[in-house]
Design a protein around this ligand. Structure first.
Ligand code: SF4
Ligand code: SF4
Length: 421
C-alpha cells in the first residue's frame, strides 16, 4: 500500500502551518516556540510536515519529478514526529506515517543519499549502524554477565550499535549492567551475537533492511526464550516496542526502556539511590522514547463510502502523549540533591537532538545546528547539565557543545543513577 494508503490524509492538509510550532497554549515566547528543525533551518514550506504532505500528494499524481532539490527536502528531516503531534493537537490525520512512506518510496526508486547508502552497506555486512571495529560485546569485558546463547534468562539487555562499538559510550552499557546487577535482576546479553535493531534503517527509508534485522532479532529472542527486552537506547526501544509491533513481529514480547525499569525497581525498593548529586539538570525527551515511542495502535475499521475522513469505528490516532515521559523524571527526582528544571519544549513537544532520520550521517551540519538549538534551550533554564536517555542524543549534544564552546554538561540517565548507587 505504501504512500497510496495515506492519500486521504495528505489531501486533508489545510496548510495551517500548526505543524511548525508547539501548540499555542504551550508557547512561552518567541524563542523555543518552533517544533520542526527542518522548516526552522531551511525556512521554506516544503521542509515542514505540511509541505511534505503536499509533496507526497504530488508524487502520487505524478506531477512531481525527482530533482536534487526534492531530495534535499526529503533527506533533511529527522523523522522526529514533532510535526505530526502538533498537527494532531487539532486534526485527525496521519502526518508522520506518510512522511516515512515518502522516504521508503525514494529508496525503492533508487533515489538515495550516498552517506545513508554507506551506512546500510555496513548494516548488511556487519549488522551495525556505526563502524564495527573490534568485538560487539567487548564493552562487557570483566563483568561476567550471562549470555542468552548459553544461559536461560527472562530478561535480555539489548545494548545497541552506538553503545556497543563507540568506546566513549561503553560507560552507558556498563552503568546499565551495574544497575541491573545491583537490583538483583537475572538478565543476559547477546554479546558478540547482538545485531542492530534496524530502527534507524527504517527512519532512513530502508524498510527491507529494517525487516531483515527485526526478523533476525525476533528469531534469536524466540530461540533463547527471552520474555522481556530492556534497552538503554531510544531508537532500540522504539524499534522493538513500536515498529516490530506495527509489522506484527513483536508478539507478546515485553519491551521496557531502562528508565522505566529503574523507576519500577526504585518503587519496589530493589534499588536505593543514596549518594547526593548536588546539581541542577534539565531533561531532554528523546523523540523515540517520547512521542515516537507511543505504542502502535492496531486500529481496524473501514472508511465510510463517499467520505474520505469518516471511519467506522472512529479511527484512533497516536498523538504522542502516551510516550515514556514520567519514568525518567521520577528517576531523576529520586536522586538525592538533584534539581530538575524543565525546558519549554518537553514531552511530546520536545525539540529533536538532531541525530534522527539519518541526518547525523547525511547532513551533519544540520544535525549539529539542531543540537545547538536544544543546548541553548537547556542552558536558558539555568541547568548545569542536560540529561538524556539515549546514546545518540548524548553523542550529538557532546559534539555540538564541543563545536559551540558551551559549558553545559551532558549525561545519560543511567550514568547519574549508577553514580547515585
Ligand atoms: S500537516 Fe497538519 S498542521 Fe501542518 S499544515 Fe497540514 S493540516 Fe496544518
Ligand atoms: S519529522 Fe521532524 S524534522 Fe521532519 S518535518 Fe516533521 S517535525 Fe520537521
Amino acid at each position: 500500500m505504501g504512500l497510496e494508503q495515506y492519500k486521504g490524509d495528505m489531501g486533508m492538509c489545510c496548510r495551517c502551518s500548526c505543524c511548525k510550532f508547539i501548540p499555542l497554549q504551550q508557547v512561552q515566547g518567541h524563542p523555543y516556540s518552533t517544533v520542526c528543525p527542518s522548516i526552522s533551518r531551511f525556512d521554506f514550506h516544503a521542509y515542514s510536515g505540511g509541505g511534505r504532505l503536499n509533496i507526497g500528494t504530488a508524487m502520487l499524481d505524478g506531477s512531481l519529478k525527482y530533482t536534487d532539490k526534492l531530495l534535499h527536502v526529503v533527506y533533511n528531516c529527522q523523522m522526529c514526529g514533532a510535526c505530526g503531534v502538533s498537527c494532531n493537537y487539532a486534526m485527525d490525520m496521519e502526518v508522520q506515517e506518510p512522511i516515512n512512506e515518502i522516504r521508503i518510496r525514494c529508496v525503492e526508486d533508487g533515489k538515495t543519499d550516498p552517506a545513508l547508502d554507506k551506512v546500510i552497506q555496513r548494516l548488511r555486512k556487519q549488522g551495525s549502524m556505526v563502524p564495527a571495529a573490534g568485538k560487539r560485546g567487548a564493552w562487557a569485558s570483566g563483568l561476567k554477565l550471562k549470555n542468552i546463547a548459553r544461559n536461560k534468562v527472562d530478561v535480555l539487555f539489548h545494548v545497541g550499535c552506538l553503545t556497543s562499538y563507540d568506546k566513549g559510550m561503553h560507560k552507558l552499557a556498563r552503568a546499565t549492567a551495574e544497575i541491573l546487577k545491583k537490583a538483583g535482576v537475572d538478565f543476559g546479553i547477546a554479546g558478540d551475537n547482538e545485531t542492530c535493531c534496524g530502527g534507524r534503517a527504517y527512519q532512513m527509508g530502508y524498510e527491507k533492511d529494517f525487516l531483515r534485522q527485526a526478523k533476525k532479532n525476533m528469531a534469536m529472542i524466540k530461540k533463547a526464550g527471552v520474555k522481556t527486552v530492556v534497552t538503554a537506547c531510544a531508537d532500540g526501544y522504539q524499534a522493538f516496542k513500536v515498529l516490530y509491533d506495527k509489522f506484527g513481529l513483536k508478539k507478546d514480547l515485553e519491551v521496557v526502556h531502562i528508565s522505566e525499569y529503574i523507576d519500577t525497581l526504585i518503587k519496589s525498593g530493589r534499588l536505593k539511590l543514596r549518594k547526593k548529586a548536588g546539581m541542577a539538570v534539565t531533561y531532554h525527551d528523546p523523540c523515540r522514547l517520547g512521542r515516537m515511542g507511543e505504542p502502535w495502535v492496531h486500529w481496524k475499521g473501514k472508511k465510510i463510502p463517499g467520505d474520505r475522513f469518516v471511519f467506522d469505528p472512529p479511527k484512533q490516532y497516536r498523538r504522542g502523549s502516551n510516550g515514556v515521559y514520567e519514568s525518567p523524571r521520577n528517576v531523576l527526582q529520586s536522586i538525592p540533591g538533584l534539581k530538575l528544571t524543565e525546558m519549554t519544549r518537553i514531552r511530546e513537544y520536545a525539540w529533536c537532538c538532531g541525530a534522527g532520520g539519518g541526518v547525523r550521517e547525511s547532513n551533519p551540519e544540520f544535525a549539529s545546528w539542531t543540537a545547538r538549538e536544544r543546548i541553548d534551550e537547556a542552558a536558558s533554564t539555568g541547568a548545569e547539565a542536560i540529561v538524556t536517555a539515549c546514546p545518540w542524543c548524548e553523542k550529538t549534544f557532546n559534539e555540538a557543545i564541543a563545536a559551540s564552546g558551551s559549558s553545559l554538561k551532558v549525561y545519560d540517565i543511567v550514568e547519574l543513577v549508577a553514580n547515585a548507587l
